[in-house]
Ligand binder design. Structure first.
Ligand SMILES: *Cc1c(COP(=O)(O)O)cnc(C)c1O
Ligand code: SF4
Length: 453
């Protein structure tokens, strides 16, 4: 045998590589839920069924799950909801993918359903509008923080509500009611946004977000897209929706909505402007055969999809989960774009990880696949400094958990702090945080160290 033949016959390295990310779950998992037990696949995988039957209260949760979980669990959730800043809303799809034999540890339960017994006191340095979106808002519903791009908050509702969201939306209001009452006013408000964007020639890139654009009607998707494409200096747009991750049925059965989006993408291409979809998968468990169909549909329509993940303790803060997620998204033609360190948000302290966790995960993820499918691990600074690469801190003290960042391109001359969750610190360091004088001195020391570098 020649050397070359021998080389070819050497087992490829892929024999050693885990390819389980190619298997997409395709059983009738919803039938384990009492309320969905009799549904056929075509009934369950229908976006109207999914949105009409989303669980928005503890009462509804009881009706759907019945005795699948214990009374103690319901009480735990009830108390958790009382302490939560976010409304409750979970799609039947997500609900069916939760392992109800062990809800406390389930990565989907953790993201959408609070359990009081798992909650932790907020970090002493936490403030409510942690990202100061209001401050950078020249007109209602638009955040203009970075010079060339802006965030357009088109509406206040989402098909599900994530516990970790930085925008405590629509609290106590049912999504459908909000839209019935407010849509006229919302469309009028958009005019101010279009006028502002048109008046700022430096704006090239618009994030069309919400809430979640899945809750916009097809005609509004097209209207917003067309209006923005008409502004000459706008070159890039991204529609932001969690639908592929939490209600993929939307993209499979809501033809009108997908057609509207595809028309905007096509119109954009004709005038050499990029229109993409940004979504938000956090865990491989969210990805099933129906997600595959949804993403194939977007691929066929020529719609580029990128993903932003939020790092959460007990959800995706381990190497295996993060690697699997990145591989699976890449396989489904979704580009992993960002992995965010959890923001400092009220009432979800148990979800936060340390900055060090993000740095370690980045090390484990980079190199396993193409660079364009490797997310940047970033932290959105409190106080409006914008997103920073997790490695780019000026100073990071793992003992006190204080990190200090600067952001020369966004807010020159300012510094921004991030604080690791207290239960990740050693007990003595965590104890120091209960004394206000100690807190001030720890901050002072971190700032001095940062300014020296
Ligand atoms: C994240 C964000 C953007 C978009 O930033 P990219 O880094 O380009 O994804 C724009 N505006 C605001 C306020 C943001 O938070
Ligand atoms: S879908 Fe997005 S905007 Fe809506 S609650 Fe979740 S993170 Fe917040």
């Amino acid at each position: 045998m020649s050397d070359i033949q021998e080389q070819i016959l050497t087992p490829p390295t892929s024999a050693l590589v885990d390819i389980s990310h190619r298997d997409l779950r395709d059983d009738e998992y919803w039938r384990a839920i009492p309320a969905y037990a009799d549904l056929r696949a075509d009934e369950f995988h229908e976006h109207r069924f999914q949105s009409r039957n989303s669980v928005t209260s503890l009462k509804k949760l009881r009706e759907v799950l019945g005795s699948v979980v214990s009374e103690a669990f319901y009480r735990d959730v009830e108390q958790g909801l009382l302490r939560s800043p976010m409304s409750l809303r979970i799609s039947p799809y997500l609900l069916s993918l939760i392992d109800w034999s062990e809800p406390a540890e389930d990565p989907l339960r953790i993201q959408f359903l609070p359990m009081e017994s798992r909650m932790r006191p907020d970090h002493p340095e936490l403030s409510l509008d942690s990202l100061h979106e209001q401050e950078d808002s020249p007109v209602p519903g638009l955040t203009h923080r970075y010079a060339d791009r802006a965030l357009f908050l088109t509406l206040d509702t989402c098909p599900v509500y994530c516990r970790f969201c930085t925008r405590s939306y629509a609290v106590g209001l049912d999504t459908e009611d909000v839209e019935k009452v407010h849509f006229g006013a919302i469309v009028q408000r958009w005019e101010q946004v279009f006028a502002y964007i048109a008046s700022r020639p430096e704006l090239e890139d618009i994030v069309i977000s919400g809430g979640d654009v899945a809750n916009l009607k097809a005609e509004h998707i097209e209207y917003i897209g067309t209006r923005l494409l008409d502004i000459e200096h706008v070159r890039r747009m991204r529609y932001a929706t969690k639908a592929p991750a939490i209600m993929p049925q939307k993209l499979v059965t809501d033809r009108e909505w997908v057609d509207a989006l595809a028309r905007v993408v096509e119109a954009g291409r004709k005038v050499h402007k990029e229109v993409a979809l940004h979504t938000h998968f956090n865990h491989p468990r969210e990805i099933t055969a129906i997600s595959g169909r949804a993403l194939d549909e977007l691929m066929e329509r020529g719609i580029c999809v990128r993903n932003q993940t939020v790092l959460q303790k007990g959800v995706n803060d381990d190497v295996d989960t993060m690697q699997h997620l990145v591989r699976q998204l890449s396989y489904l033609n979704v580009h992993p774009y960002y992995t965010f360190v959890h923001d400092m948000v009220r009432g979800v302290e148990e979800l936060r990880t340390t900055l060090a966790t993000a740095i370690d995960l980045e090390k484990a993820v980079r190199g396993q696949t193409a660079g364009f499918n490797t997310p940047a691990f970033v932290l959105d600074t409190m106080g409006g400094g914008g997103k920073r690469d997790v490695h780019s801190y000026e100073h990071y003290d793992r003992q006190t958990g204080i990190a200090v960042f600067t952001s020369p391109a966004v807010r020159p001359g300012e510094v921004f702090f991030y604080y690791d969750p207290l239960d990740a610190l050693d007990p003595q360091s965590a104890q120091r945080w209960s004394d206000p004088a100690e807190r001030a001195s720890m901050r002072q020391a971190a700032l001095a160290a940062a300014l020296q570098t």
